[in-house]
Design a protein around this ligand. Sequence first.
Ligand code: ADP
Ligand code: MG
Length: 461
Amino acid sequence: MIDIRKIWQETLSSLSGEITAVAYMLWLDSLEPLCVKDNVLILLAPSLNVKMTVNKNYKELIRKALLKNRNSFIDVDVIIDEEKSFFSDEIDAFHDGQIIINTEPVKKQSQFIQRYTFDNFVVGESNKLAFHAAQSVAQTPGSAEGFLSFNPLFIYGGVGLGKTHLLHSIGNYIYQNMPSLTVLYVPTEKLTNDYVEAISNNSSSDKAGGFNFQAFRKKYRDVDVLMIDDVQFLQKKTGLQEVVFHIFNDLYQNGKQIILTSDRPPKEIGTLEDRLRSRFEGGLLADIGAPNLEMRVAIIKKKMMNEKIAVNDDVIYYLAEQFDSNIRELEGALTKVVLYASLINRPYPDVGVAKEALRNSAPKKEGLDSSDIINAVSTYFRINKSDIIGKKKNKDIVEARMIAVYLVHELLNLPLVTIGQLFGGRDHTTIIYSRDKISAAVKENKDTARAIKDVKALLGL
Ligand code: ADP
Ligand code: MG
């Protein structure tokens, strides 16, 4: 049963301190709660003037107060007599301002990335333990059933392999299926910032009302599920480790679920206090490895389907073969190809287009080589590769050539004679000259410094 008159009175009284008494009397006091439609509280204004003023100046305030007091409402709307007919059914349903309706609280805004769900996660050999553990934890968070404890769940693995995706999947699942549970996802950097803020607010008395230790504790201890992403960043932060240890114990003892991720297992996190390490290792350790070719292909296909993009099969395989250790890069490459293809008006890119799109971003297993560098310089200065290593002497070409020489020397550390050979059989003294000339120019000339920086960026450095 809800009583909208009572709710409105409460809302008004919580507003009275926020606006002047005159404004209150003129605009708010004359509003009458009429009915509720689709979780929006409908208020009747005595005149168009009141309606417009309230809408313009006070609606946001009312909305906030309302949401604070009763979270079964999502908004408020002001109407005048003439508009009553739109709401006749709802108005009829109210007797003396009271009605029995389903007052299930409206969900809080989800903090989780929507596309990171279990459904969108491709499962294979390399991640199935982590996936199933994450699913099981999402279904029965904090459960102590059975002899296999998933508390904490510690997921570890290299960059771009889906750890954050799994955390958000757990969050999304619980948000959908167990909305009454409080789930907090926090990257370790954010936890660190909160901690630093809490410390500084605690020590300065003028900020007593800010985010202090009490607020910090409330935020992290009043939860049913706590997920801390990338705990390797707790390294060396002894103060914070101590705090995490206590939060951990509190939650754990209260049967709350804890999930952690890291780019390495707990025992490889340097300067992690032993007691914290043993807590981290006390539940299930699940690693995620690099996906095999089949999984990479499946991941590309899934992404294509979700984002309604199309590339032909050759391109899928080309990408899956090139990008084998980081799914974020694999996805990034697909996006680049599709973007590039649309720029040059080729809706169904083939491998040729894909290669062109990825000219400067395809990772090589052996790392960078001289042709990558020459390619990048060629792209940056819009000068043909053959001219860069050739004999032409005009100023722009010579400058690009010297920069390429300089970068090959700096990045690859090859013998000068070898570099000379790469650049059309030049003598090593010419190479020394170019190298020294650019070394000096980098310090003196902004354009040169910028060019070097940009070419490195093209190389992913
Ligand atoms: P991590 O946190 O391990 O560095 P992320 O969770 O951020 O990696 O994943 C990087 C990207 O790869 C995300 O866009 C994610 O959706 C995607 N991804 C990772 N693993 C999978 C998978 N198994 N299936 C589908 N997409 C995945
Ligand atoms: Mg991550």
